[in-house]
Design a protein around this ligand. Structure first.
Ligand code: BTN
Length: 320
């Protein structure tokens, strides 16, 4: 992708001739034409008019690629390397390949559509073209494997704050890390890890956000939603991605440096919709109760119907 050429076209409101572009880029008109063809192949809508030159149309379009995400990106480590694909089976699979190949921390894999998007507990994750943000981040935390699940809580809090800031909306977190809007699921996070007994090799945090999806399959229509459905307008995925990378990078490095979730627990509680609600906890033992607090370690306190107070570490918690 020729960033310089793209930049000239983006900032020009009028046609720019091949000759002018050639001069500014220090290349021949034929080379300009080739670069333009590449930008077109990447999805940019560029028209060529005889005797006038080239113009970029539809700069308001929701284009997603490495260069669009890197433009004005405030994050420094997350997104330093971006691997963009039109289509993947799952961004988590691709990020795991990068992890196995010892790629740098903060590498971001993002695509327009997933053909085998995966959710928690082996569920599929609907990921239609341009419908949402399908993204995974490669992390290499120097922590013990049992500390890794808290990265997902930090990610959930960061994503919730980022969506709220960019989209002027009030999403909430359903413990541990589903992001909900108006009672339906807007975003899910799937964290996977490669580790030895006492050492994390890498962690992949996969984030799926339903941004511009207009409708969902019948089976999940009652439980899933998108920003477009709830807000009645579309959003630019890249703006949300940039804020997530910035917010998550800041919180992730703080968590790793301090080695504790305590610092985030207060904020997490503010966004957590599970607190104060009647819940069903399903796991080895299933029970009903009322969620009443988040521990400094990010676990959920539930008061059973018989008054007993238990700390829930993992498992399915449904809000009734
Ligand atoms: C959940 O079940 O709530 C987690 C859903 C996670 C979906 C995202 S989309 C990007 C990344 N790639 C995947 O295959 N899954 C995650």
């Amino acid at each position: 992708m020729d960033e310089e050429l793209l930049d000239i076209l983006k900032t020009s409101k009028v046609h720019v001739s091949g000759e002018e572009l050639g001069k500014r880029l220090g290349v021949s008109r034929t080379a300009v034409w080739k670069k333009i063809s590449k930008l077109k192949a990447a999805g940019y809508d560029i028209s060529a008019v005889t005797n006038k030159g080239y113009i970029l149309n539809g700069t308001e379009e929701d284009m997603l690629n490495e260069s669009e995400i890197k433009e004005n990106l405030k994050a420094k480590v997350f997104g330093k390397n971006i691997y963009y694909f039109n289509e993947l089976d799952s961004t988590n699979n691709e990020a795991r390949k990068l992890g196995d190949a010892n790629a740098d921390e903060g590498a971001v894999v993002v695509c327009d559509m997933q053909t085998g998007g995966r959710g928690r507990l082996g569920r599929p994750w609907v990921s239609p073209p341009k419908g949402g943000i399908w993204l995974s981040i490669l992390l290499k935390p120097f922590i013990s494997p049992n500390q890794a699940p808290k990265i997902t809580l930090v990610a959930g809090l960061s994503v919730c704050k980022a969506i709220n800031a960019v989209c002027h909306v009030k999403t909430q977190i359903k413990w541990p890390n589903d992001i909900m809007l108006n009672g339906k699921k807007l975003c899910g996070i799937l964290t996977e890890m490669s580790a030895e007994i006492d050492k994390v090799n890498y962690v992949v945090t996969g984030i799926g956000i339903n941004v511009n999806i207009e409708s969902f399959p019948e089976e999940i229509r009652n439980v899933a939603t998108s920003l477009a459905i709830e807000m009645g307008k579309t959003f630019k995925r890249k703006e949300i991605i940039k804020e997530i990378l910035f917010e998550f990078e800041k919180n992730y490095f703080k968590y790793i440096a301090e080695g504790s979730f305590e610092e985030f627990a207060g904020q997490y509680k503010k966004y957590c919709l599970t607190l104060g609600k009647k819940v069903k906890v399903s796991g080895r033992e299933s029970f009903f109760g009322t969620a009443f607090d988040i521990s400094p370690d990010g676990e959920l306190w539930v008061r059973k119907e018989n008054g007993e107070e238990v700390l829930v570490f993992s498992g399915e918690v449904s809000v009734r």
